[in-house]
Design a protein around this ligand. Sequence first.
Ligand code: DX5
Ligand code: ZN
Length: 227
Amino acid sequence: MAANGPAKIAPSILSADFANFGAECRAVEAAGADWIHVDAMDGHFVPNITFGPAMVKALRPHVTTTLDVHLMIAPVDPYVGAFAEAGADVVTVHAEAGPHLHRTLQAVRAAGAKAGVALNPATPPEAVAHVLDLVDLICVMTVNPGFGGQRFIATMLPKIRTLRAMIGERDIRLEVDGGITPETAPAAVAAGADVLVAGSSVFSGGSVERPETYAANIAALRDALSG
Ligand code: DX5
Ligand code: ZN
């Protein structure tokens, strides 16, 4: 059992209809999403470009739950304030995105957001060992960041287990991001994850006109966890 109760499902709008984000967020929340995950990419840290703070600000009124913003941006320090001001509840930065992770996490909290740190697949769990008192969330990338719809990297499971042990009694969420499906989610949760980012597996086959598919996809994730 995860330390923070039943795992939260955080659909990534990277797999939503880019012409209809407000309605997509409302639909997926009505379908049972616990959080909304937003992937900001800069075309430099990762080979894809997506959203900036203005988009997060536009989205904010359409999201009643936690707005979980994952910054795949380097350098990231100049932007954390803008994303927090735009309404992000959690601002997650990559450990690999700059030389001063400790300072970056301080800046996120000073801006009024919860601070998350994401680890690329090749980054060891020890990268966060000395910043645990500054983080509210650790995100284990279970794909190489940049795109939705990739395969879950199962060799990340021991890293999830190690981080769960490192977290101990601290109030820190352990998130997994990439390739989460009803087939892969149970192993991630068994290893200690308590927030599941899911893009393609939540949005596939659905639309704002067919939100029942979103509900069925989210239910399939939850069923896999309770089974
Ligand atoms: C990848 C992003 C993920 C992505 C997950 O760079 O950080 O949040 O949207 O998509 P799926 O669930 O399709 O792997
Ligand atoms: Zn993400």
